[in-house]
Design a protein around this ligand. Structure first.
Ligand code: AMP
Length: 184
């Protein structure tokens, strides 16, 4: 049973790897970005509230985000492990997650950091064509990553496994699985 968090800048390929790894490891892939996009697509009240933050490349406020993700983690399929993609995005979300797991007598197994040089990120993001992938929004998301999310790397230093995330999808998956098999 594994409880994983994937961390990495936008464009690092987290979503792609999360989908493959969740299948290989037989745990649900829980993406906070996908959950927000689901709510926005379905015009739910949460979606109405989150939309402007996604459009601007800003983080959705913690109270909204934490509640949405903790509810998802409370579903039965996540009891046997999970792979979180895009959450936590700052240390206060990480604290909320840690407390919630501690209440259930568990903790994270490991945190995988997907490491990609910045020039490569911008190139990838501009080629992706998602609605929030305009150049200004991309730049803002990269800034937000640096200021809000990068501190998680230190927060999680005891659980952190860094993966070189440049290469083919298969190679990167292989690196991640190999790293997970080896003790951190
Ligand atoms: P992603 O799909 O992970 O790139 O996330 C897309 C957008 O969703 C981000 O730019 C944020 O606006 C929002 N978002 C996703 N996850 C979080 C989170 N953990 N905290 C706050 N906002 C988030």
């Amino acid at each position: 049973m594994v409880r994983l968090v994937l961390v990495g800048p936008p464009g690092a390929g987290k979503g792609t790897q999360a989908a493959v790894l969740s299948e290989q490891l037989s745990v649900p892939h829980i993406s906070s970005g996908d959950l927000f996009r689901y709510h926005i697509g379905n015009n739910t009240p949460l979606g109405e509230e989150a939309r402007r933050y996604l459009d601007a490349g800003e983080l959705v406020p913690d109270e909204i985000t934490n509640e949405m993700v903790l509810e998802r983690l409370a579903e039965p399929d996540a009891a046997e492990g999970f792979l979180l993609d895009g959450f936590p995005r700052n240390t206060s979300q990480a604290d909320v997650l840690a407390r919630s797991l501690a209440e259930k007598g568990t903790e994270l197994t490991a945190v995988l950091e997907f490491d990609v040089p910045e020039e490569e990120l911008v190139k990838r993001l501009l080629g992706r064509g998602r609605a929030d992938d305009t150049e200004d929004v991309i730049r803002r998301r990269l800034q937000v990553y640096g200021s809000e999310t990068a501190p998680l790397l230190d927060y999680y230093r005891d659980k952190l496994i860094r993966i070189d995330a440049v290469g083919s999808v298969e190679d990167i998956t292989e690196r991640a699985l190999k790293a997970l098999r080896a003790p951190a």
